[in-house]
Design a binder for this molecule. Structure first.
Ligand SMILES: *[C@@H]1O[C@H](CO)[C@@H](O)[C@H](O)[C@H]1NC(C)=O
Ligand SMILES: *[C@@H]1O[C@H](CO)[C@@H](O)[C@H](O)[C@H]1NC(C)=O
Length: 225
């Protein structure tokens, strides 16, 4: 323990002389009295202060670095529910370029996230809310593909999926601080369930301007919802 300490105390005096020397060689117009002052041991506290000041400035300058690394895009995929979740409040992410908040094009977001089967055009749009404990959907449209955006509360999304053994559906939980994009291809049942104490908001983009009725839509698909 004694050796490193001695090494540190030796390092400071050996490091300080190059300062005035470098200053003297780079700018010969400096007043010689200042140069003499810097060469004297009495200048050590001044140089130390300067060093601490520069350290403080550099630490202040580097402060944003840790918060930037915390703001890395965190994109969560739920392939069984054909859903992707983004953090709503962070940036930069694929849906938020800066601190103003998120903004997305449902069709482009689904495509960019690699979600197959969604609407490629929005010929019919629905924007709505699901109150706490409420359920929307639980139906199967046969004449349109649909892309959803869901946010605002802890919400369960269920999507019919024959690849999921036994259940026949995939599910994802969207957290209150997340934005989800979902693609539901035609003839695929879907349901949204608000599991929170605050409202869930959603947008549904359909590629056919259907007026849902019993001939193009199956209702109450899942009995457990
Ligand atoms: C739905 O998507 C499929 C491809 O996944 C496409 O062939 C079809 O034209 C789309 N629209 C409707 C209304 O089925
Ligand atoms: C249901 O809607 C379709 C259009 O999507 C329409 O052609 C049909 O007549 C409607 N059927 C009933 C029973 O209302």
């Amino acid at each position: 323990m004694a050796n490193p300490r001695r090494a540190i105390s030796l390092q400071i005096p050996t490091q300080t002389p190059p300062f005035p020397t470098a200053a003297a060689s780079s700018s010969s117009s400096l007043p010689s009295s200042l140069l003499h002052f810097l060469k004297r041991p009495a200048s050590f506290p001044f140089l130390l202060f300067l060093f601490l000041l520069l350290t403080w400035i550099s630490l202040r300058f580097h402060q944003p670095a840790p918060s930037t690394s915390l703001q890395r895009p965190i994109v969560a995929h739920d392939p069984q529910a054909n859903l992707v979740r983004y953090p709503a409040a962070l940036h930069p992410t694929p849906i938020a370029a800066d601190g103003r908040g998120w903004l997305l094009d449902p069709v482009a977001a689904a495509r960019d996230a690699g979600l197959p089967g969604g609407a490629l055009v929005c010929l019919s749009l629905h924007v709505g809310v699901v109150q706490p404990g409420g359920l929307r959907g639980n139906h199967r449209h046969h004449t349109c593909n649909e892309t959803f955006v869901i946010w605002g509360a802890k919400t369960k999304f269920r999507l019919e999926n024959a690849d999921v053994k036994d259940k026949g559906y995939g599910e994802a939980i969207i957290a209150a601080d997340e934005v989800a994009v979902v693609a539901s291809t035609r003839s695929t049942a879907h349901a949204l369930i608000n599991m929170d104490v605050r409202p869930t908001f959603f947008l549904g983009c359909q590629d056919t301007p259907i007026n849902p009725n019993s001939s193009n839509t199956d209702y109450k698909v899942w009995k457990d919802l």
